[in-house]
Design a protein around this ligand. Structure first.
Ligand code: DGP
Length: 112
């Protein structure tokens, strides 16, 4: 079981920013920007590669939820970045799909 599943199950705490019946959004424990929130599906998909066509609405919902997360975190107007890491070369550490929402400062280039 992943650490994010434990957060979904309420076994470990998280600073929840937004939730609905399909997703949970909480602050990243190691923020890479002044605002850094992770949006995860309640459905335990490993990453985008594991998604099926039937998950298209869920993936779209995650992206649209980022607007409400950004609004609540105060960066809707200033802008924010969305990132999904998929697998080893992307540096994925937690194998439960998550959408990074980062903002609150001028962010650097994409190369890590
Ligand atoms: P990624 O490299 O895309 O797999 O990013 C995983 C992120 O998850 C990383 O930025 C740190 C964050 N993270 C890991 N463990 C925890 C945790 O227990 N709580 C919270 N809130 N975030 C976590």
């Amino acid at each position: 079981m992943t650490i994010f599943q434990k957060i979904l199950d309420g076994e470990i705490p998280a600073h929840v920013v937004y939730e609905d019946e399909r997703v949970l959004a909480f602050r990243d424990i190691h923020p890479a920007a002044p605002v850094h929130v992770l949006i995860i599906p309640r459905k335990p998909l490993i990453d985008v590669r594991a998604a099926e066509e039937e998950d298209a609405l869920l993936l779209g919902h995650m992206i649209l939820v980022s607007r409400e997360v950004a609004r609540r975190e105060g960066v809707l107007e200033s802008g924010y970045r969305l990132v999904i890491n998929n697998g080893t070369d992307a540096g994925q550490e937690v194998f439960h799909l998550h959408l990074h929402v980062m903002g609150g400062a001028r962010l650097g280039g994409l190369a890590g």
